[in-house]
Design a protein around this ligand. Structure first.
Ligand code: NG1
Length: 503
């Protein structure tokens, strides 16, 4: 099937909700004017891709299970003009104090060097640039690019400023070189590209950033096939609204990767292999928990299910029982114990699981991570089902909020207790949020800091924000200004995905 292309528009009304268009028009105008004053001519186009907030389904994308994010209305813009006189890339940022201007050149041997150990804002640009050029197999020199970026996605906050930046950079590079790839290809390139920066990333953020549709969250399936399904929230009165709040604890995924993110990727991959061995499925070489599940059920007689949801629920519950039975060491596994348990010689085990991205742990928690993955996947399926199959009536809004909110609260509990990806501030902020009227509140994104997402009825958003501002933000930072507050706590509607803007 032909892929959808990133739409090109001349109207900001296609990208943003009506209420935001005036403000966005000023922002785009400012970007174009700054571009002109830096480079002496107008940009050819503006590439735009948003951040995302994951409503539910944390740390399961890299285990192959579906997640449920929505794009937010904060985004990354890169204004670009192509130049054929050289191959240099010049990149500036609207916030030039924080993000100084840089210049680099393409080279045939190694398109660009990215030193992930140096924290440098343009690494993310270079990742998208490099990934796109490699994929396009540009045998001739690529064009030079003048770029100016304006990002409104708070960084280090769990709403994926990095993925928004990498996707936008990949799109900018593609269009500057007059190439046209479909959205799915761009997503794949961006997922692989982000790994240049040193994180063994799943695919949720880039998918949500590029593929989202305004007004819907996206159910993203990775296996057996990559599929995105837009899902609308129930049309309750008042409407469902989501508020993002930043703990103000910056989680640098790259720095903490060996004992946080990348370690979890290893723990879930080894857990999948262990389960596969115990179930006699190793010859099929499953790599993820989802593949183990699919292969296992391909060989089983199953009852007839009335719906896809019923089948998911049956299968995931069964997998939870299999984890209880087969991943026996509750206190965790040493490296040696893991290699013995999966039946690999120690050196082969290390080269397969521990060498691509360095990780560091005394004990690897295979059991609790597996429990999280399967139970969180169940919550995603149930959440989607409530959205799709509950008919809203004049009187059932409260019941719908409670059911959705409970799933979010259970997700937070599992992230904290089974996946150990929460932190004191996330626990505190989610509790304060529930006390302030959220039906559900949980960390969003990788965790260990960053943001929470809370389900709040639309008519309570204002009072919710002011109460959380008092009880969390003003306590942490007494002098916090209104503008700073609007960056650390805000409601967002499900926004549109990637766009090119021309004028
Ligand atoms: P954040 O840290 O919010 O960008 C990361 C991963 C996701 C997913 C979540 C946890 C990257 C780029 N993103 O999100 O794929 O695994 O953690 O659910 O690594």
């Amino acid at each position: 099937m032909p892929q959808d292309l990133v739409p090109v528009t001349q109207s900001l009304g296609d990208i943003y909700a009506e209420a935001q268009c005036d403000e966005q028009r000023k922002r785009y105008q400012h970007l174009i004017e700054r571009f002109e004053s830096i480079y002496g001519a107008k940009p050819d186009f503006i590439a735009r891709s948003p951040g995302r907030v994951n409503i539910i389904g944390e740390h399961i994308d890299y285990a192959g299970f579906p997640v449920f994010p929505m794009a937010v209305d904060r985004d990354c813009l890169i204004a670009v003009s192509a130049s054929t006189s050289d191959t240099k890339v010049r990149i500036c940022n609207i916030d030039e104090e924080k993000y100084p201007a840089r210049e680099f050149d393409y080279s045939k041997e190694c398109i660009v060097e990215i030193d992930a150990s140096i924290h440098e804002w343009t690494n993310y640009f270079k990742s998208g640039y490099k990934g796109m050029l490699e994929r396009l197999e540009l045998d001739k020199d690529p064009v030079g690019m003048n770029c100016l970026m304006d990002g409104s996605v708070p960084s280090g906050g769990g709403i994926s400023s990095s993925a928004a930046f990498v996707c936008t950079a990949a799109m900018a590079t593609m269009k500057a070189n007059k190439k046209s790839l479909g959205k799915s290809d761009i997503v794949q390139i961006a997922i692989e590209s982000e790994r240049y920066v040193g994180v063994n990333s799943g695919g949720m953020d880039q998918t949500a950033s590029v593929m989202s549709q305004a007004g819907s969250a996206t159910f993203i399936e990775f296996e057996p096939e990559f599929r995105t399904i837009p899902v609308k929230f129930p049309s309750t009165q008042p409407a469902v609204s989501f508020v993002v709040a930043n703990t103000m604890v910056t989680a640098d995924k790259v720095v903490s990767a060996p004992y946080c993110y990348n370690l979890r990727v290893v723990e879930t991959s080894v857990g999948a292999m262990l389960l596969a061995k115990e179930l006699g499925l190793l010859d099929k070489r499953p790599q993820t928990f989802k593949q183990v599940m699919d292969i296992y059920f391909a060989g089983q007689d199953e009852p007839k299910f009335a719906s896809e949801t019923e089948q998911w629920i049956h299968r995931l519950n069964k997998m939870l029982c299999l984890v209880e039975k087969h991943i026996v060491k509750r206190e965790g596994y040493t490296e040696l114990e893991m290699s013995e348990a999966v039946g690999l010689p120690a050196d082969e085990f290390a080269s397969r699981f521990l060498s691509k991205f360095p990780v560091s742990a005394e004990l690897f928690q295979l059991y609790t991570r597996a429990i999280h993955v399967f139970s969180e996947s169940l919550r995603v399926v149930r959440f989607r089902d409530i959205c799709e199959s509950t008919r809203s009536t004049a009187s059932n809004a409260e019941e719908i909020f409670t059911r959705l909110g409970d799933l979010m609260n259970q997700s937070q509990k599992s992230c904290r207790e089974n996946f150990n990806c929460s932190c004191l501030e996330l626990d505190e902020l989610t509790e304060i949020s529930r006390a302030a009227g959220a039906y559900g509140s949980r960390l969003t994104g990788a965790g260990w800091g960053g943001c929470t997402v809370s389900l709040v009825p639309e008519d309570k958003v204002e009072s919710f924000i002011s109460r959380v501002s008092e009880d969390y933000f003003r306590k942490k930072q007494p002098g916090i200004t209104a503008e700073q507050l609007s960056n650390v706590i805000f409601a967002s509607r499900p926004s549109s995905g990637a766009y090119f803007y021309t004028f």
